[in-house]
Structure formats: C-alpha cells, structure tokens
Design a binder for this molecule. Structure first.
Ligand code: PSV
Ligand code: MN
Length: 427
C-alpha cells in the first residue's frame, strides 16, 4: 500500500503555525552564530539511508519471535513498506537485499514497481553464514576461509551470483559479512584462514563490475565465540587493500568490543580513503541491533563529527559513503522503529553540520581543551528538530512521521491487507 499524499498534507497543516514559530526562533539563533541554515536544510533533505529487506518483519531472538501482524510476505510488499517510510520521512529511498533471503524473481516487474514507489536498490548482501536447503556443501566450518577448496569455491560462486542479481536490479555494491572463525582455541590455523579468506575475496573482486564497490564488514565475535577471521577494522582494511581500489571497509556500529572508539576508526578509514559503508544501529552489550541512538546518542554524534568533517576535507579522497540501518528487534512495529532510527541519524547529522570545524581546529591547535569541548557540546545541545521538520515539510514528507503513521492506522491497514499471522522472510 502507498500512503496518500493528501493524508500527509492534512497532517502537516495541523502543525504549520507552531512549527513556523519554533523554526524562525532557531533560525535567528543560528544565524546570530553565523550558521548557514539553508545549506544545512539542503543537506538534511539530501541525506539518504537504505533500509534492509530483512528489517521489516519482527526480528526475534533465538528464544522467541513476536509478530505484530501485517508483515510483508514478499519483496514487493517489503518495497511497499519502505516506500511508506520514505513517503513519511523523505530519507529512505533505497532497499538493501540479502540473498538468498530475498531472491529477486520477475526482475523487470520488480524494478518497475520499485521505481513507481520511488525506491532504488542499494548494496546487495551475500549469505555464507547459513546453509540453504539444496546447498551441496556445508558452511558449518566456514565459507571463504574453509579448509576445503570446494567449499570456498561454492561460497565464491554464491557471491558472484549475488553480484549478478544486483546488476539486474541496478545495485552498485556488494557487502560481504562472514561468520567465518572458530569457537574453540586450537580449532583453526589463524594465518592460513586469513590467507584463504584473502584469496577468496580477491577471486570475488575479479568479478566485480567496473562501476561497483565491494564492502567488507568486520565483527569481533558471534556466531563464532573464540575468533573471527575478519575481527576488526584493521583486518577488513588489510583485505580491502589486498583486493584493490574498488574494495572498502564497512563499519557496523554493533561490531565492536565494548568502549571501542568507533569515531576514531571512522576518522582513520576516511583518511585512508577506505570507508565504503555504514550500518547504523545501537547496542548496550554486543551486536544488539537496537534502534539507532537509543543507547549511545552522543557516540553517534561524535561519529557524525568525523563523517561531516572528513567528507568535507579536500585532502580526504573517500568516495560517498553507503549508509544503511541494520537493526532488528522483537517488541516494536519495525516501521516505527526504522523511523525512530532515521530521526536519530538525522539529528546527529544536523548537529554535526552546525559545528564550525575551522574554529574547532584553531582551538585544537592552541590546545584549548575546554573550549574545543564546549564548541562541540554546544552543537550537540542544540534542539535541531525544527530543522528536520522544515526539511521534511519542504519535501512534502510528514511533520511527525510516527504520528502521521498512527493517525492513518497504517499497521491496521497492513494487517487487513496481509493478515495477522504471515511472517516476513529473512533471519
Ligand atoms: C552481521 O551481524 C550483520 O551485521 C551483517 O551485516 C549481516 O549481513 C546482517 O547483520 C544481517 O544478518
Ligand atoms: Mn551489518
């Protein structure tokens, strides 16, 4: 289903007067500080984050799964759900597919439908962390790192097929996340596993179309609990460099050990020109995949400071970053949760855009610790919600996406349309 633009404009009308007051108040305040508010609004309007095809149903844990009803049963319905999020927020115009969870059948009808919905195809994701029903060889002991050449070849072939699916849809990148590693000391030879993984990735890279990028994720543990072959950004960078200029590292916020300084990793990868992709989520303990900004919003802001200043720095030769939300959970309506994540991302982005980085660097050069900290905290403590609302109103998206979603009883309509018990594929 699509959301009627009339419903959005009716919703917006209710807020226009109040919004105008708070927007103009903030505009005056920021203009007095020398902030170019129009360029910030344009940047907010342009910011896009892809939605994964696996985040639209109830996520569940290994202990249970609680559906909210009306889950999308196929790829068309998933794209339709993303178009609802995009119509309401104006910031989610792309889908990221995980294959084989979502094998695109009837490609021409699918791409036509997606374009009618205003949705494009972002990175395609391969899956060699699960065995599929008719698969010849098992990934129980790894895929690209496997000791058996035939298993490695099967996994390489799968990645090549994923690239072909992506080409048919108009994707321009593949994301590789491996669960390869070991659960007990002594299980694998670290050096050989790394070297086999490198050779396998290089083979996949040889099949990458000239205008494509390959993103390599890292993760310190889970589902393997003693070691993972690509445990950290350094290993991911080493492998991306060994593949070539079209290969990059991907930072997933949940893929770090507690207290890791992720913003510094972002800065380092940017200075190497090797930050390709970003998976947003939040975590309290491990790879919790919680709503973005729900646990550590200040960390997210510090990351955005590095993204904004790094990408604006003419000495940094990094391509545009591919952003995606990689969250999943059990207790919320996923569409509402994704809209909360989008809001959290844009808030930190807007706050980072307020910072005068020339001034910040002057303070840093003079070792003005207190003033440098004050400068970044001042931006973080600014309520930039009127800027986000203004950006949405100008795009004809909703003043308050979640409220508009509720007013229009979208979930109930989806339940009527699709039923209460259907289950989204994936995970
Ligand atoms: C792994 O934890 C991960 O972050 C990778 O991006 C996967 O492809 C995704 O989650 C879905 O399992
Ligand atoms: Mn991820």
């Amino acid at each position: 289903m699509r959301i009627d633009s009339l419903h959005i404009s009716r919703h917006n009308d209710l807020f226009l007067e109040k919004h105008s007051q708070s927007f103009h108040f903030l505009k005056r305040e920021l203009s007095d500080k020398g902030v170019d508010i129009e360029s910030i609004i344009t940047k907010i309007q342009q910011f896009q984050v892809a939605i994964p095809s696996w985040a639209l149903g109830a996520g569940g844990t290994r202990f249970g799964r609680f559906s909210m009803g009306g889950e999308p049963g196929d790829l068309f319905q998933k794209i339709s759900d993303i178009s609802i999020i995009n119509d309401l927020t104006g910031a989610a115009g792309a889908v990221s597919l995980h294959i084989p969870w979502d094998i695109p059948e009837n490609v021409s009808t699918l791409t036509r439908y997606a374009s009618e919905c205003g949705i494009t195809f972002d990175a395609v994701n391969s899956n060699t962390f699960q065995d599929q029903p008719k698969q010849a060889l098992s990934y129980k002991y790894g895929s690209l790192c496997h000791t058996d050449r035939k298993v490695r070849e099967q996994a390489i072939q799968h990645n090549i097929e994923v690239i072909h699916h992506g080409e048919a849809l108009g994707s321009k990148s593949i994301t590789v996340w491996l669960s390869d590693g070991s659960t007990f000391p002594g299980q694998i030879n670290f050096r050989q596993a790394l070297s086999r993984t490198k050779e396998s990735l290089q083979e996949i890279y040889r099949h990458l179309p000239a205008d494509w990028q390959m993103f390599i994720e890292y993760k310190p543990y889970e589902p393997q609990f003693y070691s993972t072959v690509i445990q950290d950004w350094g290993t991911s960078h080493l492998l991306a460099s060994a593949c070539g200029p079209q290969a990059f590292s991907l930072v997933d916020l949940g893929h770090h050990l507690p207290n890791t300084n992720i913003e510094q990793i972002v800065a380092t990868l940017l200075s190497l020109g090797k930050l390709g992709g970003f998976h947003f989520n939040d975590s309290k303990y491990g790879d919790d995949d919680l709503t973005v900004g729900s646990i550590k919003p200040y960390q997210l802001y510090l990351i955005f400071l590095e993204l904004v200043s790094g990408l604006a720095d003419p000495t940094v030769a990094n391509p545009p970053i591919s952003y995606m939300i990689d969250a999943s959970h059990n207790v919320k309506d996923p569409l509402e949760d994704l809209m909360q994540s989008i809001e959290a991302i844009l808030l930190c982005y807007a706050q980072a855009l307020l910072v005068d980085f020339n001034k910040l660097n002057e303070l840093r050069d003079k070792n003005e610790v207190v003033l440098a900290q004050e400068l970044i905290q001042d931006a973080y403590r600014t309520d930039v919600r009127p800027l986000l609302r203004e950006a949405r109103l100008r795009k004809k998206a909703a003043f308050s996406p979640i409220q508009c979603y509720r007013e229009n009883e979208i979930r109930n309509q989806l339940i009527k349309e699709r039923g209460i018990t259907n289950k989204a594929k994936g995970l």
